[in-house]
Design a protein around this ligand. Structure first.
Ligand SMILES: *[C@@H]1O[C@H](CO)[C@@H](O)[C@H](O)[C@H]1NC(C)=O
Ligand SMILES: *[C@@H]1O[C@H](CO)[C@@H](O)[C@H](O)[C@H]1NC(C)=O
Ligand SMILES: *[C@@H]1O[C@H](CO)[C@@H](O)[C@H](O)[C@H]1NC(C)=O
Ligand SMILES: *[C@@H]1O[C@H](CO)[C@@H](O)[C@H](O)[C@H]1NC(C)=O
Ligand SMILES: *[C@@H]1O[C@H](CO)[C@@H](O)[C@H](O)[C@H]1NC(C)=O
Ligand SMILES: *[C@@H]1O[C@H](CO)[C@@H](O)[C@H](O)[C@H]1NC(C)=O
Ligand SMILES: *[C@@H]1O[C@H](CO)[C@@H](O)[C@H](O)[C@H]1NC(C)=O
Ligand SMILES: *[C@@H]1O[C@H](CO)[C@@H](O)[C@H](O)[C@H]1NC(C)=O
Length: 462
């Protein structure tokens, strides 16, 4: 027997040697090749499992022998079945379980049981001009598929942020070799200081919970033959209020100060992030007294009704589960521009517009008058002065023009009053009437002369 084994080993060595030679010289090998697509096959309990095997050789063969053996760790290999040419010789103990159809060397196991787990060895012998032999080993595992897991939350009522803990437990009814994985919003949960998976990962303990832990959790359970994911669950975490802020539809917000035009009704909106939703209350501060003016997230302030020009308010958000609250104060300033505008609302013209209009009218009137005076009065004065008696003139001159404002219109010029020595005056070129008066009285000032102009007008009107 020892000699046989020795001979076999020698012939095998020669065979391999020959094969290598042929490979080098001809590019083909007369040796036997046995190939399995996978050295590990995962089977499902109760179903059929097919172990595919391919083999090939390039020599003339008289006999082809296929043998299947089964071995488990620490046990002797067992003979399952064998074949020569096309005749199969099964082990009678397993004859209903294992099937082979030579020359096809693949093995069918049906039905698969947990006891069928182990290594399957296939050996192919080709007898022709010498004997060629080759074998392969396939590891087979047997599992039950995973059923859909269910996640339970403890406590189911929820937990308060920074106070409570949450434990998620993944429950699976069926399946073997389960591997648990926790997903949060579809992504794997990475262990942190606040969460700790159990050794099997089938439960996730979050202590303490924070707002960041809110999310859609699911449990993914895998085994070699299947994987199933639970429905998502969102643990109830009570938190807040956070980020309290007041906004308004109108008005200008600068920091904590809202500037509002008087007459506008302004709606203030208070919001803060919290679960469950906050209850809001609005407090008005006057001097040192505070009083609640409204409950609810919105406050309407009719700015006409605000007695002061500024008013201080406080919005208070309270979470009745976490027991926490936050408040923000803000000031409403009623703009004074609005105050002036308010009584004028009914009138079509603003005071500014009226003033402008009147001013314009006066300026244009004065300009027209001046123009008229510049070209018209010269002739008239001359004529009148020539044709009128001195008394008339005197009368007109002494006539006080102050009854009518028109009398005062004209160009006024300051002239140094001449003394008796009769130093000649410097009449202005813009006073055309000066010619007509200069000869009469040196003591007449231009002031007086011009006063006559409207008097002439009056004469004409009479
Ligand atoms: C197998 O078949 C070959 C030819 O195909 C034949 O020569 C040989 O005797 C057969 N062996 C057995 C054991 O039937
Ligand atoms: C062996 O038989 C199976 C079906 O039973 C077939 O799918 C497979 O291709 C066959 N293999 C060879 C090498 O003929
Ligand atoms: C059988 O093998 C011998 C040497 O190993 C060789 O000389 C002979 O040609 C081979 N015959 C066939 C038919 O392959
Ligand atoms: C939350 O867990 C921590 C540490 O695991 C523990 O000390 C604390 O008592 C737990 N709180 C509650 C409300 O169960
Ligand atoms: C538990 O999960 C972590 C990552 O989520 C993983 O690294 C670890 O191997 C898992 N443990 C078990 C026993 O599956
Ligand atoms: C959780 O899922 C719900 C519904 O599927 C979705 O409306 C919500 O936005 C999800 N939450 C997160 C944090 O992804
Ligand atoms: C408001 O209270 C403070 C101290 O509480 C006091 O000093 C101050 O005089 C009070 N002001 C008014 C207007 O009552
Ligand atoms: C807490 O406030 C909500 C409204 O935000 C209310 O429905 C609930 O009854 C309150 N709970 C308690 C205990 O006051």
């Amino acid at each position: 027997m020892g000699q046989d084994a020795f001979m076999e080993s020698v012939s095998g060595t020669i065979g391999v040697f020959q094969c290598k030679i042929y490979l080098l010289l001809l590019g083909a090998c007369s040796g036997l090749k046995v190939v399995v697509p996978s050295h590990t096959v995962h089977g499902i309990r109760g179903q059929a499992l097919y172990l595919p095997v391919h083999y090939g050789f390039h020599t003339l063969a008289s006999d082809i022998q296929i043998i299947w053996l089964f071995e488990r760790p620490h046990t002797m290999p067992k003979y399952l079945l064998g074949s020569v040419n096309k005749s199969v010789v099964p082990d009678l103990e397993y004859q209903h379980k294992f099937t082979m159809m030579p020359p096809n060397a693949s093995l069918l196991i049906n039905p698969l049981q947990f006891t069928d787990e182990g290594n399957y060895i296939v050996k192919v012998n080709v007898h022709g001009n010498g004997t060629l032999s080759a074998s392969q080993k396939i590891q087979v595992t047997v599992d039950d598929p995973v059923t859909k897991p269910v996640v339970q939350t403890q406590p189911s009522s929820g937990a308060i942020e920074y106070v409570g803990n949450v434990t998620l437990t993944c429950l699976v009814e069926g399946g073997t070799r389960l591997v648990y994985q926790w997903l949060k919003n579809g992504r794997p949960v990475h262990p942190r200081s606040t969460n700790s998976p159990s050794p099997q990962n089938n439960s996730l303990h979050i202590a303490p919970v924070t707002r960041e832990d809110i999310g859609n959790y699911s449990c993914l359970v895998k085994n070699p033959v299947s994987e199933m994911e639970s429905d998502t669950i969102m643990p109830t975490i009570y938190y807040g209020p956070y980020g309290l802020r007041v906004n308004s539809d109108k008005g200008l917000k600068v920091g904590e100060v809202f500037t509002v035009d008087i007459g506008e009704a302004v709606l203030f909106d208070c919001s803060a992030d919290s679960y469950p939703p906050n209850t809001y209350s609005w407090i008005q501060r006057t001097d040192n007294t505070t009083y609640v003016i409204k409950h609810g997230p919105r406050l309407e302030v009719a700015s006409e009704k605000v007695a002061q020009k500024t008013a201080d308010y406080v919005c208070c958000a309270y979470n009745n589960v976490t027991g926490r609250q936050d408040e923000t104060r803000f000031t409403v300033i009623i703009t004074s521009v609005g105050l002036e505008r308010l009584p004028q609302k009914g009138k079509s013209l603003s005071p500014l517009a009226s003033i402008t209009g009147i001013s314009l009218f006066l300026i244009i009137s004065m300009c027209l008058l001046l123009l008229w005076k510049k070209y018209q009065p010269y002739k008239v004065i001359k004529q009148k002065l020539e044709g009128r008696p001195e008394t008339d003139y005197r009368k007109a001159r002494t006539f006080s023009g102050h009854e009518d404002a028109l009398d005062d219109f004209g160009i006024y010029e300051f002239v140094a009053f001449p003394d008796a020595s009769g130093v000649p005056r410097m009449p202005s070129r813009s006073v055309p009437a000066s010619d007509g008066v200069s000869g009469q009285d040196l003591h007449n000032t231009i002031y007086e002369v011009i006063q006559h102009i409207p008097a002439q007008q009056q004469d004409r009107l009479e």
